[in-house]
Ligand binder design. Structure first.
Ligand code: PGA
Length: 251
């Protein structure tokens, strides 16, 4: 099955509401509705309302949050909840991004809890997995991403797994200018696809998009997207400029 590619922009800690307005004006002027792509923006929680309002005429573009807390509510100063994300109009939640794992100490156990909360809220989770350079050099890439995938899906039933998206983001490729080759990406996407097949069967597994992320830019986007088993792109740095992003979504 060939899935409709999902092209997602992870703005990380960039773009204030004012920046986002200017970005959308420029981006929308050159990017009419694309039936053959699903586009997603992940702005900061402070910027998300501006992005959702700016895309009111473009229901084809999804908006998501970069993180939610692992508990539904309570005394967790500084955090955002999945129900708040849903209330504001977010449709997707990033989980287990490498910066959450490696900068903020998010463990597999935390991703398990977040994935369950997101599924209960009936939002789409985009679970990120990926190995460090050390793990790659030790030949542990497949086992690391399988472990992260198993933890992320641990508390979901098969119907909930069916609505998940995955992103393979090798840690050594994020923000470094070093990308995986299309062959490397295909190989690990194949590992993830096979793990999905054993969890939920061939048919459901074939419908789950697996995005590649890590130094994607307008120069390498189309080659990566054309690679076997790559169903989309998760783009950080190169999604911040409206012109660069407009050309990536057409890759
Ligand atoms: P990058 O980030 O494109 O800047 O490497 C990707 C990501 O972290 O999702």
């Amino acid at each position: 099955m060939h899935l409709k590619p999902v092209i997602a922009a992870n703005w990380k800690l960039n773009h204030s509401p004012t920046d986002a307005k200017a970005f959308l004006q420029r981006f929308l002027a050159q990017s009419p509705k694309l039936n053959e792509r699903t586009l997603i923006f992940f702005p900061s929680a402070i910027t998300i309302t501006t992005v959702i309002e700016g895309l009111r005429e473009r229901p084809d573009v999804w908006v998501g949050v970069q993180n939610v807390h692992s508990e539904a509510q309570g005394a967790f100063t500084g955090e955002n909840s999945v129900l708040m994300a849903r209330d504001v109009g977010a449709r997707v939640v990033l989980v287990g991004h490498s910066e959450r794992r490696h900068v903020f100490g998010e463990t597999d156990a935390i991703t398990t809890k977040k994935m369950a909360l997101i599924a209960q809220a009936r939002l789409t989770a985009m679970l990120c997995v990926g190995e460090t350079l050390e793990e790659r050099e030790a030949g542990r890439t497949a086992s690391v991403v399988e472990r992260q995938l198993t933890a992320g899906l641990a508390e979901l039933d098969d119907a909930q797994v069916a609505s998940v998206m995955l992103a393979y983001e090798p840690v050594w490729a994020i923000g470094t200018g070093r990308t995986a080759t299309p062959e490397d990406a295909s190989e690990i996407h194949g590992v993830l696809r096979r793990a999905l097949v054993s969890r939920v069967g061939e048919k459901v597994a074939a419908g789950i998009p697996i995005l590649y992320g890590g130094s994607v830019n307008r120069g390498n986007a189309s080659l990566l997207l054309a690679a076997a088993d790559v169903d989309g792109l998760l783009v950080g740095g190169a999604s911040l400029d409206a012109d660069s992003w407009a050309s990536i979504v057409r890759a």
